[in-house]
Design a protein around this ligand. Structure first.
Ligand code: ASP
Length: 308
């Protein structure tokens, strides 16, 4: 889909997983839809005023990081040792470069950390305490551990530990968050942020922070933000695989997206993605029961979706 009268576009996801209508009250659905809408309209507003794709995806993601509804920033899920570890990336299509942070524990908005790595460091990815430190030096807001921890997430961890599984954020609070955008000057960008997977080994790195795995952007081609079982995204280099199909084999974006999801499923993983091409076409496929998502329809109006 693409709005007819706009020379820019934006779409977002709030995570994919075992989302089923019976697990949610209508009030909860309203809350999710409200947040998705607020986040998308922020990005839309920035782009309409001529702001950059990078700014739009970051500000969109910040709104979802600040919401306890999603698995990013506040509301992140727990690692097996009951710590919170957050990963994020910002991908710039113009330079085909990503800035990433992984295993942050205190930074209020990991996506801003990723932006600083992209713009101001000589590196692609910073990790752990050093990354927390880097963000502090950059002047980014830090929060107490209590800010990130929610009772609900602790309960999810206990359940995952009883079953001895590492799980996607499948409960009634789902999702890694991400956004992709094309701005009026033709630049593409993506941003993704996650608390990872419940009960993962401490220090585990997600696809969210890794170029070509859960994130990718290249001008004149595509910007991608993935969500799902990240270890499989890393093993199969899924975001880059999709971009490569488009670049080298001229496969249309929708089809390339479907193919990587098939690959993900064959490998034993699950999830989804949002992507935007150089014309502003958007695709939002997933192979789970649902994916929190929002986009602009043909008339430029905001649409949200959760279930199939
Ligand atoms: N991709 C994220 C991870 O593996 C999880 C998610 O998308 O919900 O940590």
């Amino acid at each position: 889909v693409r709005p007819k009268n706009k020379s820019y576009n934006i779409a977002l996801h709030g995570g994919a997983g075992a989302l089923r209508p019976h697990k949610y009250t209508s009030k909860q659905i309203q809350q999710y839809e409200g947040c998705l809408r607020t986040a998308l309209s922020k990005g839309d507003e920035i782009l309409s005023k001529g702001g950059s794709a990078i700014e739009a995806v970051i500000e969109t993601v910040v709104i979802m990081e600040d919401s306890p509804l999603f698995n990013a920033g506040r509301g992140s899920v727990f690692s097996s040792d009951e710590t919170i570890e957050m990963d994020a990336s910002v991908s710039c299509g113009k330079r085909v470069q990503t800035g990433g942070v992984t295993n942050l524990t205190r930074v209020k908005n990991p996506v801003w950390g990723a932006f600083h790595v992209l713009e101001n460091s000589k590196h692609a990815l910073l990790s752990g305490l050093a990354a927390d430190h880097y963000c502090r030096e950059a002047g980014l807001e830090h929060e107490s551990i209590q800010y990130f921890k929610t009772e609900h997430r602790l309960k999810q961890l206990k359940e995952a530990q009883e079953k001895n599984i590492v799980q996607l954020d499948h409960g009634d609070k789902v999702g890694t968050v991400g956004a992709v955008a094309l701005d009026k000057t033709g630049n593409l960008a993506s941003a993704t942020s996650t608390g990872g997977m419940t009960n993962r080994y401490p220090g585990r790195v997600s696809d969210t922070s890794i170029q070509g795995a859960g994130t990718y952007a290249e001008n004149e081609l595509v910007a991608i933000s993935g969500t799902g079982t990240g270890d499989f995204f890393i093993q199969n280099v899924l975001a880059f695989d999709m971009a490569a199909m488009m670049k080298y084999a001229d496969i249309p974006m929708d089809e390339a997206a479907q193919r990587v999801l098939e690959k993900l499923e064959e490998a034993g993983g699950s999830g989804g993605l949002v992507a935007i091409d150089k014309y502003g076409n958007v695709t939002l496929p997933y192979n789970t029961h649902g994916m929190f998502r929002a986009w602009l329809n043909e008339d430029g109006e905001i649409q949200t979706g959760i279930f199939k």
